[in-house]
Every structure is written in structure tokens, then in C-alpha cells.
Design a binder for this molecule. Structure first.
Ligand code: FNR
Length: 378
């Protein structure tokens, strides 16, 4: 039986304890979605999505840092009407959840960025489209009327970057994002071992421009364009301060899901110092290992405005296309609502650090440790 992080595509579906139809009439738990995604994907693509860089310590720290936070719930309060909604840069969202940029979505499900953007529209939350995701900026913009952000990997000179900002504005993206934690592509050893390259890696070119990226580029974009700018991959209070000094509107705390710098901190551990430094002067997004409603509530308690989901979104797409991603969001909403009710509050604004307590993690962390049934052979 494969371990949780291994593909089970060689395992006959009939041995599954769940005996799910293909595809299931409706996913009732997030675990079913992950199990179905694993069944639908080749071992190569499964490892591409699950894997991290080098020792995968950063991947594990993302989960471990979340697992080390326990709740201190309050009881006997009226929680009949709970508001799970969120807001990002003036856009109201059904949940404070962002569909994070995923390159090569088309390797997981043929619709690629169109599938995720349609799910974002159907559910009512924001989608950040990756510049290395097909079918591209214009086609994804045309596919649905939803809050969209464009995320760029810099693979050209200033004119090339500026052209992307102009196209994002012209196509209705409400914010622009530079990913800044990819000066060099991380060594994802699962991919290297399997000699696997995602479609976006196969066509990657001119990565020297990403290596040369500096605060001067941030200044140029801010000086030239009237669109909120987000920097994705901020991991210290020092860089959050520089971002604020450059007029950046969105600070995206991320370690790229543990796929870039190895031996980094879990992002929920990074969040408090960034929140303190920013002090309300920009909006804060965080991602990295957020797989459950409880994880999202923990981030909201610690001061995030919105939480990004990467792999979980990919599992939804691989398990059931648009419907699969919508189900991921619906199930997160259910989990968040239950968590808020059991904490004794009707909204995130009623929460503070007193609802959390540092404790020991009870599970061995890995990319999928939020889904323990996978370890039990489902
Ligand atoms: C990513 N991520 C990413 N980030 C980015 O800025 N541009 C991109 O094109 C991609 N592509 C990508 C592909 C795949 C398969 C994964 C898993 C991740 C990182 C992503 O936006 C996000 O930061 C992490 O995925 C968050 O961690 P979780 O939610 O996957 O644990």
C-alpha cells in the first residue's frame, strides 16, 4: 500500500475501502477529493504537485507549525448567524480564501486556468492566475467574470514586464502580483528522480531576468501603473517593511509551499512578525500547508486577511474539474463555519490571540498529513 504522499494509480480502485463511483456523485469530505486526485493522476504528476525542494523540510514545517496551534474555545454564546466571508483589496469574497497561482494546472486537468477561474466565479472567491499556466492571461480573463489577479514570473526585461501589467489591467485583473521567492528554481527531487518536467518547466526561458529582479523593479511598477501590487514570497518583517516603503498594497507571506528555499519556517510562524510590521498599512495574504477550515481560522486569528490554497486547489481540479474545485471551497466553508461556531464566535472579527495556544503536534507532518485517512490505506 502506498504511503500518503505516494501515488496509488497502480492500486486497483476496487481495493479502495471507499469504493467510490468514478467520479463520485458528490464529494462529502476533503479527504475523498485528495484520494480521487491521487487515483486520477499519474505518479509523475502526483509527485509534481505534492513535492517540495531538497529535504522537504519547509513543506513539513508548514504543516507542523499549524499543527502546533491548539484552540481555546468559548461556549454558551449565540452562534446562530455566522459570517464566513472575507475581503481582499476591496473585493468581497464568500470566504477569505484565494485560489493561489499554480503553474501547469493544465497538467492536472485539461482546462487549466479556465477550470479554476470558473470555479472561482461559481463559488465567489478570488483566483490568482499564474503566468506559466495555460491557456493564458486573455483566455482566462474571458472565461468568467470573477475577481482575478495576475501573477508574473519575470522572464523578460522591463518592457516585457510592463507589457504584462498593461495586459492585466486591460483584461480586468484587479491586482498584479510579482512572485519574489523564485530567484532560482528549487530542486524538487521527486521530479528529478522521475526525470519529470511539468509543461511550464519544459518551456521555461530567460530565468536570468528573475535572478536580476530587485526593489528597483518594484519601484518602477509602482511609479508607472495604477493597479494594486502584491509581492508573493515575503518571509520576514524586514522585507515586509521594504514592501510598505515601496507602496506595495499586498504582502503575500509564502514559502512557495516549500518548493523553493528548503529549511524555511512554517508560514504561520512567519505571519505574526509580518502582521506587526505591516500594522494595517497593507493587506496580508498567507499560504503554505493550509488544508483545513481550522488552518484558515488560525491564520485569521493571527492577522491574515486572506489565505491562499495551492495543492488543495490542484487536488480539486484533478478530482473533478470545476466541480471539484468548487467542492473544495464548499467543504472548507463548512469546516470554517463549524470551527467558528465551536469557538463561540459569529465572525473572524470576534477572534483574538486568546483563542490559540501553542502545544505539541500529534501527527508526523508531511504535505498530506492533514488527511490521515490516506495513511490508513484509503
Ligand atoms: C505552485 N506555486 C506557484 N506559485 C507562484 O507564484 N506561481 C506559480 O506558477 C506556482 N506554481 C505552483 C505549482 C504547483 C503544482 C504548486 C503546488 C505550487 C506555489 C503556490 O502558489 C502556493 O504558494 C503554494 O502552493 C502554497 O502551499 P500549499 O497550499 O500548496 O501547501
Amino acid at each position: 500500500m502506498p504511503t500518503a504522499t505516494q501515488s496509488s494509480s497502480s492500486t486497483a480502485p476496487t481495493t479502495s475501502k471507499l469504493m467510490m463511483a468514478d467520479p463520485p456523485p458528490e464529494f462529502l469530505t476533503l479527504q475523498e477529493i485528495v484520494i480521487t486526485a491521487r487515483r486520477n493522476l499519474s505518479p509523475e504528476v502526483w509527485d509534481y504537485i505534492v513535492g517540495g525542494s531538497d529535504t522537504e523540510t519547509t513543506v513539513k514545517r508548514n504543516r507542523n507549525a499549524l499543527d502546533r496551534l491548539a484552540f481555546r474555545p468559548r461556549v454558551l454564546r449565540n452562534v446562530e448567524n455566522i459570517d464566513c466571508g472575507g475581503c481582499l483589496l476591496g473585493k468581497d469574497l464568500r470566504l477569505p480564501v484565494l485560489l493561489a497561482p499554480i503553474g501547469s494546472l493544465q497538467d492536472l486537468e485539461s482546462g487549466g486556468g479556465v477550470t479554476v477561474t470558473k470555479a472561482s466565479a461559481e463559488f465567489g472567491t478570488a483566483h490568482m492566475l499564474s503566468s506559466v499556466c495555460k491557456p493564458g492571461l486573455e483566455a482566462v480573463a474571458a472565461a468568467a467574470d470573477n475577481p482575478k489577479i495576475f501573477q508574473l514570473y519575470v522572464r523578460g526585461d522591463a518592457d516585457w514586464v510592463d507589457d504584462h501589467v498593461r495586459r492585466a489591467i486591460a483584461n480586468g485583473y484587479f491586482a498584479f502580483c510579482l512572485t519574489v521567492d523564485l530567484d532560482h528554481y528549487g530542486r524538487r527531487e521527486r521530479d528529478i528522480l522521475k526525470r519529470h518536467m511539468s509543461t511550464s518547466r519544459q518551456t521555461a526561458a530567460h530565468e536570468e531576468f528573475q535572478e536580476r529582479l530587485s526593489w528597483d523593479d518594484v519601484k518602477r511598477i509602482k511609479d508607472k501603473f495604477d493597479i494594486p501590487l502584491i509581492l508573493k514570497g515575503i518571509a520576514t518583517a524586514e522585507d515586509a517593511r521594504l514592501a510598505i516603503e515601496h507602496g506595495v498594497e499586498g504582502i503575500y507571506v509564502s514559502n512557495h509551499g516549500g518548493r523553493q528555499l528548503d529549511c524555511g519556517r512554517g508560514t504561520i510562524d512567519v505571519l505574526p512578525e509580518v502582521v506587526a510590521e505591516v500594522d494595517g498599512r497593507a493587506e496580508i495574504i498567507v499560504d503554505g500547508g493550509f488544508m483545513r477550515g481550522t488552518d484558515i481560522v488560525k491564520a485569521m486569528i493571527l492577522g491574515a486577511d486572506v489565505v491562499g490554497i495551492g495543492r488543495l486547489q490542484g487536488f480539486g481540479a484533478a478530482a473533478g474539474g470545476v466541480r471539484g474545485v468548487v467542492r473544495v471551497l464548499e467543504l472548507l466553508e463548512t469546516e470554517i463555519k463549524i470551527t467558528l461556531a465551536l469557538l463561540g464566535v459569529t465572525g473572524y472579527d470576534k477572534l483574538d490571540a486568546g483563542y490559540l495556544k501553542a502545544t505539541d503536534a500529534v501527527v508526523e507532518p508531511h504535505a498530506l498529513s492533514a488527511f490521515p485517512l490516506l495513511d490508513e490505506g484509503y
